[in-house]
Ligand binder design. Structure first.
Ligand code: B3K
Ligand code: ZN
Length: 852
């Protein structure tokens, strides 16, 4: 398969200012009639070229007459004499045989669409590229009993009876949009209805559409939507622009949700929640995703992307916006900790491996493979750095200018940066390198102090590792929030933003009469790795005293990481400093429970592995468990009192109640690690007595790691209680796939044969197979059975759903980081995948690049 290059971008030959679509909907067969008003763009003589995939062509007419055309290799070519024409095509498609979940498909009896990035071509012939913007008129006809609700983008304009048990509805979307934002839904759905009055006084009709039995689980999503609408007005000055805003939840969906204009379609896991079935983390994720998709109405829809290389223009900016929103709704410090944890778990490894690519990629074979942590999460970090460098007011001026300048257009990342520059007067020319250079910068920071002249010298040096296709890198501007604390007095001597622009730079601080301790990259102001060589004492000091909560957390993490890496390397462990630091954190009454729970958690096995040249999963696991056991035993009374003091009364969703639940399960985990005699019984009691899913799943997770008799009892009870709820059953699969037990790989193989396991549902796939691949020790079992299992799953799923299959490939691509024996086994599986006949280009791209 051929690669598409960013440099090869050309304007479209033909524009389509208007399209009218008529759907005769049916599950086996849907007929789509599309009428396109086309206009020649520029002085060329090219035919009209329309993309199409898996379409049965019935007929083509131009200006009302049957027309000459050629359909080959996914392109319908129609020679046109004039500069404008009305082109009509009729095609047939089959929603219920569409297992890719791209285009028009069936999910649980509902007909729905997914078009981003290139799904619209599976519905009708069209120039399927984001820089062709059209206004849409849609008419749907369908069986009235089976599909009583018919929804599309924009506003409803008319509806009626079509006879023979069928009915019709028409929707018009006045805002020109690229076809990836097209959507329709037909189904037997009910709505949670509400209203939102915009700052400008317009009433918007809101609807969250679900299957009848799920209606009671839509309250949190609705509250989140209204909060997001108000927030975007307040913080970005962005008002909603249509009279209706609908959300539909479906069970089969390739990712989280989709921002179709006026008709968002969601994976039901990001809509449905009640205390009995959703954890606090699920509630937070729902609020974040509902807000994210809503925010796209401006950052993505009103201003869209010129081409798919600009994907981070909408995704990075919108992730940053949803992160800011969630931070404002709860605890900013805890939210920042969570966001950084995701970045480190998903994006840093990507940036350090064979699939590394810049935030604005240079080429792709299959664009679906580029909805990555780099484009989304590192993209959001780039926007955050601009925010930090400019400050909030100039940043807001920049975003206002960006929206004003490009409203109704398809823009580029360059347009965004230029608007930020023009509005602020700041020069961001060097900053643009962040968009084009892949890899995670490493910053070396050395602080020296001369007692004599009261000066401290901070020497900073940056290095950007080479990545596939990029050997030579230039230094980038790295905004680092830095503070200095006096070792003896605890006084804060400096607190400022340092922007490291050169390869190496020295910063001098004056008036420091005692040895200063360095606090750097506070708030994680730049997405880099800091190498500071700070001593255990200094890290312990910061973990107890830094006034920046993120820096405090970070110091503790670094202390834990240094301890664990030393233990893995030397086999000898000195746990004293960590135990002391954790003790002080647990005893600090000024800290809230949510923060404490984050701060006392050990880094994951995968993250410890990321620090090492050659990952030794067994040694890492052993070192981490040993530290957990020591922490559990040495601080047992504190864990017990944390556990007791957070004991639930009645369920509520306040931040403090959520924090208490978080700390409770963390404390339970340490009691289990300590081998406390009553720990399993405590866990079972928590499991059985819980009035909410957070406590229940928390306890189940702890039991799932253990050999206690209570384990099977809890797993069976959980299954029996929730077997008919797919979203909760996903948790049952995940909790077992994430188990730290020795027999996890075998258990996962067995679960893949469980009657409730299916390759057809992406949530279930991720719940079992995705979770297992993230379980470092189980997945990397030395006999290679984990690798074999994953390769088999990839190949099996690829036949149904290439996007979901391709997303399972990266864990095998980490082979360079493992010992020779494991690396050989992993490569062998990748080779087996690449050599399979009939492979999708999605999996081919990921697997061949992973082999390197
Ligand atoms: N824009 C969609 C993602 C589409 C993924 C296509 N493979 C959801 C989002 O980021 O908001
Ligand atoms: Zn998005």
């Amino acid at each position: 398969p051929a690669a598409v290059l960013r440099e090869a971008y050309r304007e479209p030959d033909w524009l389509v200012p208007e399209i009218a679509l008529e759907f005769a909907l049916g599950p086996d067969r849907t007929v789509v009639r599309a009428t396109l008003r086309v206009e020649r763009n520029g002085g060329h003589r090219e035919p009209l070229r329309l993309d199409g995939e898996d379409l049965a062509l019935v007929g083509v007419r131009v200006d009302g007459r049957p027309a000459e055309h050629r359909y080959a290799d996914g392109v319908l070519s129609i020679p046109l004499g004039g500069d404008t024409a009305e082109v009509e095509t009729v095609v047939e498609i089959s929603p219920n045989s569409n297992s890719q979940l791209m285009g028009l498909y069936e999910s649980g009896g509902i007909l729905c669409t997914q078009c981003e990035a290139e799904g619209f071509r599976r519905i009708t012939f069209f120039p399927d590229r984001p820089d062709v913007l059209s206004s849409y008129k849609v008419r749907m006809t369908a069986d009235k009993a089976r599909y009583p609700v018919l929804l599309a983008n924009g506003d409803p304009v008319a509806a009626g009876d079509a006879g023979e048990g069928r009915h019709w509805a028409e929707w018009h979307d006045p805002f020109p949009k690229p076809c990836y934002l097209f959507a329709l839904v037909a189904g037997d759905l009910v709505a949670n209805r509400d209203q939102f009055v915009t700052a400008g006084g317009k009433t918007v009709e809101l609807g969250i559409w679900v299957r009848e039995g799920d209606l009671a689980k839509t309250e949190h999503a609705m509250a989140s939507l209204k909060a997001a609408m108000a927030w975007d007005e307040r913080v970005y000055g962005r008002e909603y622009d249509l009279g209706v805003f609908n959300i539909v939840a479906v069970s089969d969906f390739n990712f989280g949700a989709m921002e179709n204009k006026g008709l968002n379609i969601f994976n039901s896991r990001y809509i449905l929640a009640d205390p009995d079935t959703a954890t606090d983390a699920d509630y937070d994720a729902i609020a974040g995703v509902v807000a994210h998709e809503y925010f796209h109405n401006w950052s993505g829809n009103r201003v869209t992307c010129r081409d798919w290389f600009q994907l981070s223009l909408k995704e990075g900016f919108t992730v940053f916006r949803d992160q800011q929103f969630s931070a404002d709704q709860g605890s900013p410090a805890v939210k920042r900790i969570e966001d950084v944890r995701v970045l480190r778990a998903a994006q840093f490894p990507e940036d350090a491996g064979p699939l590394a690519h810049p935030v604005r990629p240079e080429s792709y074979i299959e664009i679906s493979n580029f909805y990555t942590a780099t484009v989304y999460n590192k993209g959001a970090e780039l926007i955050r750095m601009i925010h930090t460098i400019l400050g909030p007011d100039k940043f807001r001026a920049g975003s206002d200018l960006y929206f004003e300048r490009h409203d109704g257009e398809a823009a580029t990342c360059e347009d965004f940066v230029a608007a930020m520059e023009d509005a602020s007067g700041c020069d961001l020319s060097q900053f643009r390198l962040w968009y084009s250079q892949a890899g995670t910068p490493r910053v070396r920071a050395d602080l020296t102090h001369h007692a004599g002249d009261g000066r401290a010298h901070l020497e900073l040096a940056q290095e950007l590792p080479s990545t596939p296709g990029q050997d030579q890198k230039k230094p980038m501007p790295i905004p680092l929030k830095v503070a200095l604390f006096g070792e003896l007095t605890g006084e804060k001597y400096a607190d400022r933003l340092v922007v490291l622009e050169e390869t190496a730079q020295e910063i001098v601080f004056e008036g420091i009469g005692e040895r200063p301790i360095l606090s750097i990259n506070r708030d994680f102001s730049a997405p880099v790795v800091i190498e500071s060589g700070r001593s255990a004492d200094d890290l312990a000091f910061l973990s107890a005293q830094d006034d920046n909560p993120f820096a405090r957390y970070e110091a503790m993490q670094q202390l834990m990481l240094d301890t664990l890496v030393a233990a893995v390397a030397g086999g000898k462990a000195d746990h004293a400093a960590v135990i002391e630091a954790v003790r002080r954190t647990l005893e600090d009454e000024r800290l809230d429970a949510a923060f404490v729970a984050e701060a006392v958690l050990l880094p994951t096995e995968a993250f410890i592995g990321d620090q090492m040249l050659v990952v030794d999963p067994e040694a890492i696991h052993a070192a981490r468990e040993a530290l957990r056991t020591d922490l559990g035993q040495e601080l047992e009374p504190l864990w017990r009192s944390a556990y007791a003091s957070t004991a639930a009364n009645r369920f509520e969703t306040s931040p403090s109640a959520k924090g208490a639940r978080r700390l409770r399960t963390v404390a339970l985990g340490y009691l289990m690690a300590a081998g406390a005699e009553d720990a399993a019984a405590l866990a079972l009691a928590q499991f059985e007595g819980a009035d909410n899913m957070t406590d229940r799943q928390g306890a189940l997770g702890m039991l799932s790691n253990s050999d206690a008799a209570e384990r099977d009892r809890a797993l069976d009870a959980f299954y029996a209680r929730y077997r008919s709820n797919a979203l909760v059953l996903d948790k049952w699969f995940s909790v077992q796939a994430l188990s730290t037990r020795d027999d996890t790989a075998e258990a996962v193989e067995r679960l893949a044969k469980h009657p409730d396991f299916t390759l057809a549902n992406p949530n279930r796939m991720r719940a079992l197979v995705g979770a297992f691949a993230a379980n470092q020790r189980a997945f990397h079992q030395t006999d290679g059975r984990g690798y074999r299992f994953l390769a088999e799953m990839i190949l099996a799923v690829d036949k149904l759903n290439p996007q979901t299959a391709a997303r399972l490939v990266p864990p095998l691509g980490r082979w360079r980081r493992f010992d020779e024996a494991r690396a050989a086994l992993m490569q062998a599986e990748l080779r087996r995948v690449v050599e399979t006949k009939g492979l999708s280009k999605d999996v081919f791209e990921q697997a061949s690049k992973s082999l390197g």
